[in-house]
Design a protein around this ligand. Structure first.
Ligand code: CAA
Length: 241
């Protein structure tokens, strides 16, 4: 049996690609999702990967969800904090709801999910935590004060926790994808997408979800033990951090 991995937001978009890549590489994967039951069922039917429903915004639900996965599959040794949302708006139009929803999901979600697996990783002397941040946490993005703040916070969280985990065999790393071809792109106006985004990606296209999944595979492997606190960018050259 391979190591047990939880992937949040693991049934759609980048998360689905990560879940599949880990499963194909021999890991025991639990894909966590919050809302889209239909997509989650289709995902499990297609891949055989079990999907578990809980909301990363809810600490008690995360604790309970982790316990359920551990009862079914065994101790969680790998956590991929991928679940994320956008509520884009220029700041002069942004509501408190849009701010809070993004901060709670994209930043507090990392605390809510990592805290329940952390003690076990420390006790067993092994762990891999990968946080999916974003190019927009590195460079900032107009229309995304909420998202950029949360994703920059994810990088700070990664660097702090990496220092705590190092002596216990736990690595904590961040991946900063650029613009990846997923449902999340659907809210971007077409003109903005072509003129402001694709035009500024040197490789001339959006990334694909599997290209981010490859980064995760690299970071979670046993052989990546010396890489911790790092930020791996996968953005087609759009921003050179
Ligand atoms: N880059 C550069 N300029 C941008 C931009 C972007 N990503 N998004 C908007 N703009 C510009 C527009 O071109 C426009 O410029 P002009 O006034 O010169 O025409 C100006 O900002 C205002 O834009 P809108 O007219 O669209 O204003 P709006 O109030 O109707 O909508 C918005 C604002 C909601 C921010 C909308 O433009 C939008 O959704 N933009 C995309 C923002 C974005 O990049 N989001 C990333 C989503 S994907 C993601 O987050 C995943 C990840 O990790 C990368």
């Amino acid at each position: 049996m391979g190591r047990v991995a939880i992937v949040t937001g693991g049934t759609r978009g980048i998360g689905a690609a990560v879940s599949k890549a880990l499963s194909e590489a021999g890991y025991e994967v639990a894909a966590c999702y919050a809302g889209n039951e239909e997509k989650a069922k289709a995902f499990t039917a297609e891949t055989g990967i079990p999907a578990y429903k809980w909301d990363v915004c809810d600490f008690a639900a995360c604790e309970e969800g982790v316990r359920r996965v551990e009862a079914d599959l065994g101790p969680v040794e790998i956590l991929v904090n991928n679940a994320g949302i956008t509520r884009d708006a220029m700041f002069h139009k942004m509501t408190a709801e849009q701010w809070n929803a993004v901060i709670t999901t994209n930043l507090s979600g990392l605390f809510n999910m990592t805290r329940p697996v952390w003690d076990g990783m420390r006790e067993r002397g092994f762990g891999r935590v990968v946080n999916i941040s974003s190019i927009n946490g590195q460079k900032g993005q107009m229309g995304q004060a909420n998202y950029s703040a949360a994703k920059a916070g994810d990088i700070g969280f990664t660097k702090a926790l990496a220092q705590e985990g190092a002596k216990k065999g736990i690595t904590v790393n961040a991946i900063c994808p650029g613009y990846i071809n997923t449902d999340m792109m659907a809210t971007i106006p077409e003109e903005v997408m072509q003129k402001q985004i694709v035009a500024h990606i040197p490789v001339g296209r959006l990334g694909e979800a599997y290209e981010v999944a490859r980064c995760v595979l690299f970071l979670v492997s046993d052989e990546s033990a010396f890489i911790t606190g790092a930020t791996l960018t996968a953005n087609g050259g759009q921003y050179l951090a």
